[in-house]
Design a protein around this ligand. Structure first.
Ligand code: SF4
Ligand code: SF4
Length: 63
C-alpha cells in the first residue's frame, strides 16, 4: 500500500475533530490547530473520507 501524508486545507477545516475521532492510529490531533503525525499514520484514508467539508487531501511520500 502506498504511504501518504495527510494535508489539511485550513480555510475549510473548522476543527470539529471528526477526523481525529475516526483515525485508528491516533495520527491526527485536533485542538486549537490541526496536527498530523506522519510516523503514526497507516495510510488508510479513513480521515479523508470522513471529513464533512472535504478539508483533507493527501500526497504520496517515499517509503
Ligand atoms: S490516513 Fe488513516 S491512519 Fe492516516 S491519519 Fe488518516 S485515518 Fe489516520
Ligand atoms: S474532520 Fe475535517 S473539518 Fe473536522 S477537524 Fe478534521 S479536517 Fe477539520
Amino acid at each position: 500500500m502506498k504511504k501518504i501524508k495527510v494535508l489539511v486545507n485550513e480555510d475549510k477545516c473548522y476543527l470539529c475533530g471528526g477526523c481525529a475521532g475516526v483515525c485508528p492510529a491516533l495520527a491526527i490531533r485536533v485542538s486549537s490547530s490541526w496536527q498530523f503525525f506522519e510516523d503514526k499514520c497507516i495510510s488508510c484514508m479513513i480521515c479523508i473520507k470522513a471529513c464533512p467539508v472535504g478539508a483533507l487531501s493527501y500526497e504520496e511520500v517515499a517509503q
